[in-house]
Design a protein around this ligand. Structure first.
Ligand code: GLU
Length: 420
């Protein structure tokens, strides 16, 4: 098997692939578009429950702030690395620009397997990271949010740490909080909701009926499970395979997506789910003969080898960076339509933006309003990509997304003039 792609190189390649279609980007600006402005690297020394000390490496990359405060999640995973965080922060820049919300991009992470630590330990680790982040973050500077293995609990701790250290209230310093701590209705479901909406738009663009679609979902965390539930609830699409890090399950007649999620919640994995007809491998899931494939786990799920065996007609990327640039070329050649991550999963950050607006106004919206505004943002952005794709005769929707995004970021940079 080929060596896994470096996500930071993938991001840079994606920018290079698109920039040729954007006029007026000189080498200096291009270089700016391919590198983070700064990266914090910290070693968090934290007391464990047994009284011993442990050191955790943590990062926060602030990639680009030309369109607004840096924005992006914080991930807890053993494979977090400096390059991964840099890539993820760049993807946030272009994601926020594609959906035209007034943010730059950032991302953070701690190198940790959170399942090996108690809740008290995770709280101390999170607060230690929040103390390191304190000079960098703020509602007008850099706004963290949930990502892989973090959620409302961690965001509530970061908010409380920041507010305690600053001696103020500042709910807009993080998004993805619990409702009672200043969170927004609809934020938990928002990433999966945008993946569902973009899949709907893609099928309608192809003149295909999504209600007949069979679907395979790789990764059954927040993004994957909500996408599956909404696809079956809204359209009656049939979820024939799902997986998580423990394995994959298959049922040609389709799963009850809610029951699988409840099973995973209780047992920790989808493996062993009673409704499964067959247990299959992750690679078998990715190459199943389905209409729609939703990679919703981590980077590099689909490399060029797997891409040449993919049988789905449409892929909607709920994860960040699940398809390597080499795999993208193979899929384009094979006419598989890929709805790129920077649009398909942009619902998360879009509803984060709504949460931040509500925090600033201290006025809260109904879930219906959140979902309606989200649908407008995502369908407008989808239409914008399709227009660029057709008018400029671009090779893929990913290139179209980067063309639209790069134009917006570069314009903001140029309009700001020179400093110093
Ligand atoms: N972690 C999510 C993403 O990758 C959400 C980021 C946010 O809400 O700021 O888009």
């Amino acid at each position: 098997m080929a060596e896994a792609a470096n996500p930071f190189s993938s991001l840079q390649e994606q920018v290079d692939d698109a920039v040729g279609y954007v006029s007026g980007i000189d080498d200096g600006v291009l270089n700016r578009l391919k590198h983070p402005e700064r990266v914090l690297e910290a070693n968090l020394t934290v007391e464990m429950d047994d009284g011993g000390l442990e050191v955790f490496k943590a990062f926060r990359s602030q990639f680009n702030g030309d369109r607004g405060p840096y924005k992006g999640g914080i991930r807890y995973h053993p494979n977090v690395s400096r390059d991964e965080v840099k890539a993820l922060s760049g993807w946030m820049v272009y994601k926020c620009a594609v959906v035209d919300i007034p943010y730059g991009g950032g991302k953070g992470g701690i190198v940790i397997d959170p399942s090996e630590y108690t809740a008290d330990e995770l709280e101390r680790i999170t607060r230690a990271f929040a103390a390191e982040l304190r000079p960098l973050i703020g509602a007008d500077r850099d706004i963290p949010a949930p990502d892989v293995n973090t959620g409302q609990r961690e965001m509530n701790w970061i908010k409380d740490s920041y507010e305690t250290l600053e001696g103020t209230t500042a709910p807009g310093v993080v998004t993805g909080k619990a409702i009672d701590s200043g969170g927004s209705a609809g934020r938990v479901e928002a990433t999966g909701r945008s993946t569902m909406l973009t899949a709907r738009e893609a099928f309608s663009y192809l003149d295909r009926d999504i209600s007949d679609a069979t679907v395979a979902v790789q990764g059954y965390g927040n993004a994957g499970s909500v996408t599956a539930q909404l696809l079956s609830e809204e359209f009656g699409a049939s979820i024939v395979a799902v997986s998580d890090s423990s394995g994959a399950i298959y049922d040609p007649d389709g799963f009850d997506a809610v029951a699988v999620e409840e099973f995973k919640h209780e047992t920790g994995s989808v493996e062993g789910y009673v409704g499964a007809v067959e247990e299959i491998t992750n690679e078998e899931l990715l190459t199943l003969d389905v209409d729609l494939l939703v990679p919703a786990a981590l980077e590099n799920a689909i490399d060029a080898d797997i891409a040449s065996d993919v049988q789905a007609d449409v892929i909607a990327e709920a994860a960040n960076g699940p398809i390597t640039p080499d795999a993208d070329d193979v899929l384009a050649e094979r006419d598989v339509m890929v709805v790129p991550d920077i649009l398909a999963n942009a619902g998360g950050v879009t509803v984060s933006y709504f949460e931040w607006v509500q925090n600033r106004q201290r006025f809260y919206w109904t879930e219906q309003r959140v979902n309606d505004e989200l649908e407008r943002v995502i369908t407008d952005a989808f239409d914008g990509l399709v227009s660029a794709y057709e008018e400029k005769d671009l090779p893929t929707l990913r290139v179209a997304a980067y063309v639209v995004a790069i134009e917006r970021v570069a314009r903001a940079f140029e309009q700001a003039g020179s400093w110093p």
